[in-house]
Ligand binder design. Structure first.
Ligand SMILES: [Zn+2]
Length: 183
């Protein structure tokens, strides 16, 4: 499955949900269905919406999934409600890929009504957001600050060592001065 993910959602965990759906459909539909690995899924934000949308071309292997922005997930109160909505829409779109055109009884079903029990029982890993990639290179000002801090610390260590040596040699001087006075 090729996924082009333009959202902040974690691609690996999103893929896990979609693959599970595609495998289930593949299992039931068999050979006249597109192999899960040959599917192309474009994922982008469902602009202004708080639910999952999508579309697909009939008898194709291409699907577009539209996910609400992470700030708009408020309607998904139950655990995995978002993931189940993704699964429901994705399986609907897979129906179009299989060539199902009709939307049943005025409802917008292709074949996802046959998968409701499976969707409800599926244990998905929550999709969540992608980890923020490694922190960006600090700017020049920050680099110079870090350098100044390191240099100051180095001189502080040198100063401490010098103070210790100074005390040691001052003691030695006093020792010789005392012994010289004694003669
Ligand atoms: Zn449709």
């Amino acid at each position: 499955m090729k996924i082009k993910n333009k959202t902040a959602y974690d691609t690996r965990r999103l893929r896990a949900v979609l693959i599970a759906c595609a495998r289930e459909v593949w299992k039931r539909e068999g050979s006249h269905y597109i192999k899960p690995k040959n599917l192309h899924v474009d994922v982008h934000y469902h602009r202004g919406a708080s639910w999952v949308g999508g579309y697909a071309w009939y008898n194709s292997s291409s699907i577009v999934l539209k996910l609400p922005r992470p700030t708009r997930l408020y309607r998904y109160k139950e655990p995995l409600a978002f993931e189940r909505n993704v699964a429901d829409v994705f399986i609907h779109e897979l129906g179009h890929c299989l060539g199902i055109k009709g939307h049943r009884n005025g409802r917008h079903d292709t074949h996802e009504h046959l998968y409701q029990d499976w969707i409800a029982a599926a244990v998905f890993e929550p999709i969540g957001l992608a980890e923020v990639r490694q922190k960006p290179k600090p700017d020049l000002r920050t680099q110079r600050y870090e350098h100044a801090k390191r240099t100051a610390e180095k001189h502080q260590r040198n100063l401490n060592r010098t103070k210790t040596l100074l005390k040691k040699w001052q003691r030695r001087v006093r020792y010789y001065e005392r012994t010289m006075q004694g003669t």
